[in-house]
Ligand binder design. Structure first.
Ligand code: TRP
Length: 450
């Protein structure tokens, strides 16, 4: 481990690694973004393509990011360069790593704004604001919040400050250990919410909306949204999983570990969907309400169930926690790069990177109020950054990684490293070489052709 600039050595166990990787993967993407994207992209059309993208594209890329990181034992940029040179290929593959870090930088700017919403709702729910409210009232509270740039700024600053403190002090390991308790806690509260939604809300309509195939609703935009979200939710394409792979022991089974992480991540997203959509339909809310969806629906549950105030506060604590284990994974590679390329130490690098990201986040939060008229290619600043990263940068860097892995690396050594034989290897080959890259390319071509 002498080549990595790390504050800790290898993960003590496969379990520790699963905690870290799941900590990065499970976050606002699962609970905030998945339901809202599902709502705006036509329900099951989105959900089913998303599941396909996870299985056929997400898993191979996740495995390859880990494998590259583990072989190189270096940060994402150097890792790509190192493995490319090892394979006798051009060192320019390292640019993929650099685009990835730029993407992490952009994602964190708006991620922190939403993390701030979760923190604000912790206090709002905990103080009983939503007692007895219906959907119209919770919607009014949310809109009032969005219009209040000062509050958004305060909570964005707190969230970003927490993320910076964690990364600067290098206590990411402690946070991951804490997620041992927090993650099961989140699942438990989600289970209660699913129970509440299913028993009091329109569960049948929700299940139909989420899972009954509706092929006619599938179009290029839906597929691109699902593809982008598959990358977002698994933290792919930004080299973050590559960085984590550097801490992975040789004996860890990559495919098995990927299965565990992906299953956890997907289950949590689907649970969030089943908690929210029954309430959306029974309260006649718009499924396509957009980024505010969970902040309008879940407070109805917390305001009307027994013990809802406490459970609500608990939910938002757990959500904020899950968001922090993801946001620190977004800041970490940016800081590591600055530390390496500039004379800055860890603390100053965190301060510099964090402040610039914070500033960009301010532009995002203003797009919900004072700057709502500012449009970049037909989107406000927040939507623009979200779409630029999820729909373009993540899929394109992911495509680069899978093409590199499938076509430019020695396949026999990959086979051995993954412990694949016979039909399992054939499936892996077909998926990693053809299905995954061609699917991503097909999505872009279909969009270009309109
Ligand atoms: N996966 C996280 C979530 O679902 C967000 C995230 C963390 C992320 N690291 C990432 C997204 C890297 C893309 C790339 O909330």
């Amino acid at each position: 481990m002498s080549t990595t600039k790390a504050s800790h050595g290898q993960w003590s166990s496969r379990f520790g690694f699963i905690l870290a990787a799941t900590g990065s993967a499970v976050g606002l993407g699962n609970i905030w973004k998945f339901p809202y994207m599902t709502g705006v992209s036509g329900g099951s059309a989105f959900v089913l393509t998303y599941l396909l993208c996870i299985a056929l594209i997400g898993v191979p890329i996740l495995v390859m990011e880990w494998l590259i990181g583990r072989r190189a034992q270096k940060n994402p940029i150097q890792a790509m360069e190192h493995v490319a040179l090892q394979e006798g290929r051009s060192r320019h593959w390292k640019w993929l790593g650099l685009v990835g870090i730029l993407g992490a930088f952009l994602i964190l700017s708006f991620y922190s704004v939403i993390g701030g919403w979760a923190l604000d709702y912790l206090f709002r729910t905990g103080s009983g604001t939503f007692q007895g409210m219906n959907g119209e009232q919770t919607g009014a509270v949310f809109n009032g919040f969005l219009g209040d740039a000062g509050s958004l700024l305060l909570w964005h600053t707190v969230f970003m400050g927490l993320t910076m403190a964690i990364v600067a002090m290098g206590v990411t390991g402690g946070l991951e250990r804490a997620s041992r308790i927090m993650m099961p806690g989140l699942v438990l509260v989600l289970l209660i919410l699913v129970g509440y939604g299913v028993t009091t809300g329109a569960a049948g309509r929700a299940a139909e909306f989420l899972f009954t195939p509706n092929w006619s609703a599938i179009n290029g935009q839906v597929v691109l949204a699902a593809l982008g979200h598959a990358f977002f939710t698994l933290s792919l394409g930004m080299g973050i999983m590559t960085a984590y792979g550097a801490y992975l022991g040789q004996n860890v089974n990559l495919l098995g570990t990927a299965r565990t992480v992906v299953l956890l991540d997907t289950t949590i997203a689907l649970m969030a969907g089943m908690a929210i959509f029954p309430l959306v339909f029974s309260h006649h809310l718009e499924p396509s309400a957009g980024p505010g969806l969970i902040f309008v629906t879940l407070p109805i549950a917390f305001g009307n169930m027994t013990g809802g105030t406490v459970l609500g506060a608990l939910f938002f604590i757990l959500l904020s926690f899950a968001a922090l284990t993801s946001s620190m994974s977004l800041l970490e590679p940016v800081v590591a790069l600055l530390e390496e390329k500039t004379p800055l130490g860890r603390k100053s690098a965190t301060l510099v990177a964090g402040s610039v990201i914070w500033l960009l986040g301010v532009a995002s939060l203003l797009s919900f109020n004072h700057w709502s008229d500012i449009q970049i290619m037909g989107n406000n600043i927040f939507d623009f950054l979200d779409k630029l990263t999820s729909k373009f940068m993540l899929p394109l860097t992911g495509l680069g990684i899978i093409i590199f892995a499938g076509w430019f690396m020695n396949q026999d050594s990959i086979r051995r490293e993954l412990g694949l034989e016979g039909p399992g290897y054939t499936v892996w080959r077909i998926v990693s070489r053809f299905v995954a890259p061609l699917a991503v390319i097909a999505v872009f071509i279909s969009l270009l052709l309109g």
